[in-house]
Design a protein around this ligand. Structure first.
Ligand SMILES: Cc1cc2nc3c(=O)[nH]c(=O)nc-3n(C[C@H](O)[C@H](O)[C@H](O)COP(=O)(O)OP(=O)(O)OC[C@H]3O[C@@H](n4cnc5c(N)ncnc54)[C@H](O)[C@@H]3O)c2cc1C
Length: 414
């Protein structure tokens, strides 16, 4: 395994870090003040997006861009350190058009669109002119088992007619979201994994209603607000079918790799940002005649956070490298391992940081509580821990020997 960056990607990393330090981070307070006041992202976002684009810092999370598609063409491994830096702020990634759910959606569209769909749906996303949302999860069924998805897709003449309910469609409540990618049942009589298809549904299609915006653990997401939708006799042309009919699950696999690993990369950035604040705070506060950092417990928390962050970063690099070089079963196992391990790490680090900060740690003034709820949702979204653990368990081979024949067991001992 080779985790070295090429000179080109080193240069892009330096450029992205410099841009983040000079153009993004200094505006975080303005971002917070504006979203609190106006309930929408500040206009300066468009302005700095343009600057980033001019510098070529665009679509950083998409390795397989075609010749006519703008962006850096970094591999997943090369993107990892940049995603980490951008992940320190909830809105960092969107400056460079490499935020969720757009990147996984774009990766999936790249693999599946027809030329007409590319023109209408993919290109505007690649140019940062519009937004999208992936609508699979439904309130009425346990969606961690995706074969439960029940939204009906019926063929009528030249049209597809959709009926059902969707929720937790990240980005679906964003004012610029122009279409949903809806997963539903098109072939109820086919085998369990061949019943579902994906359909591109423009947001202004009659019968599609945004019921409400959802918050997870109270966090109001101004980057990709979450939508709940009702679909009542929603009609779109048959040409809006994305990928092959009955192959919805297979098609959606394409978005799972980038979705899971990029969130994990951002989690490392959040953990670093939280750890730095923990250390600063521990050096400043005094209780019972000592600075907090002098207590063993706090030193242990800081040291353990460093170990956990570095281990998980390495783990991500391995999964990213596998994703770039060998898209086979080992890769999916590595991505699942990362997907379970990283949010647990972030949850532990942020929980201790909240404790160390005292009451302030739970306020919106710091990003610690945002990072904490991010860790918590990521243990459910994109497949709950238990589902990934089950997959990992299944890849563990059973030894060929029985315990009685185990060559490592020698009666008598030493
Ligand atoms: C912030 C956020 C953003 C999201 N964004 C999107 C999005 O953009 N698009 C989208 O379609 N969905 C999205 N989701 C939904 C997410 O993917 C689902 O919540 C997830 O798949 C779980 O489905 P469920 O909520 O129906 O839980 P259920 O399926 O009801 O599962 C509940 C629990 O059952 C347990 N469980 C399930 N299977 C097993 C098993 N095999 N073994 C042991 N225990 C098990 C787990 O503990 C699991 O958490 C998002 C969710 C959150 C929280």
């Amino acid at each position: 395994m080779d985790f070295n960056l090429s000179p080109k990607s080193e240069e892009i990393l330096r450029c992205a870090e410099d841009f983040f330090d000079k153009e993004v981070l200094p505006r975080h307070r303005e971002w917070v003040q504006t979203v609190c006041r106006d309930r929408k992202p500040p206009v300066f976002i468009k302005e700095i997006q343009e600057k980033a684009k001019e510098l070529g810092l665009w679509n950083l999370g998409l390795p397989n861009l075609a010749d006519d598609e703008p962006g850096t063409r970094l591999t997943n491994l090369e993107f990892a350190p940049i995603a980490e830096i951008l992940g320190r702020l909830p809105w960092g990634s969107m400056v460079f058009n490499c935020h969720a759910p757009e990147v996984p959606n774009m990766a999936m569209l790249q693999a599946l669109v027809t030329p007409e769909q590319k023109e209408k749906y993919l290109n505007p996303l690649l140019n940062g002119e519009t937004r999208s949302s992936f609508a699979m999860t439904e309130p009425d069924v346990a969606s961690s088992d995706a074969t439960n998805i029940a939204t009906e897709i019926r063929e009528e003449g030249d049209e597809l007619v959709l009926n059902g309910r969707k929720w937790f469609a990240t980005g679906g409540a964003h004012p610029d979201c122009s279409f949903l990618i809806v997963m539903g049942v098109s072939d109820p009589d086919a085998g369990r994994t061949a019943q579902h298809s994906m359909v591109l549904v423009p947001i202004d299609t009659p019968g599609l209603t945004l019921v409400r915006e959802l918050r997870f653990m109270g966090w109001e997401d101004f980057v990709a607000p979450i939508g709940e939708f009702r679909l009542e006799n929603v009609r779109v042309p048959k040409s809006n079918l994305l990928g092959e009919r009955g192959q919805g699950f297979k098609g959606a696999q394409v978005r799972l790799g980038p979705a899971r690993i990029h969130h994990s990369m951002r989690c490392i950035g959040m953990a670093e940002m939280v750890l730095a604040q923990m250390i600063a705070r521990a050096h400043e506060r005094k209780t019972f005649g000592r600075t907090v950092v002098e207590y063993d417990t706090v030193q242990k928390w800081i040291a353990e956070a460093r170990i956990d962050i570095d281990l998980n970063r390495l783990f991500i690099q391995k999964a990213a490298w596998l994703l770039d070089t060998s898209p086979h079963n080992n890769t999916w196992r590595a991505v699942s391992q990362v997907k379970v391990s990283v949010p647990r790490m972030l949850q532990k680090v942020t929980d201790r940081a909240i404790q160390l900060f005292g009451a302030m740690g739970g306020t919106d003034d710091t990003l610690i509580h945002h990072a904490h709820s991010y860790a918590r949702w990521f243990r459910i979204g994109d497949g709950p821990d238990e589902v990934h653990l089950r997959q990992i368990f299944k890849t563990e081979p059973v030894p060929e020997w029985s315990i009685a024949e185990c060559p490592y067991i020698a009666p008598g001992g030493f």
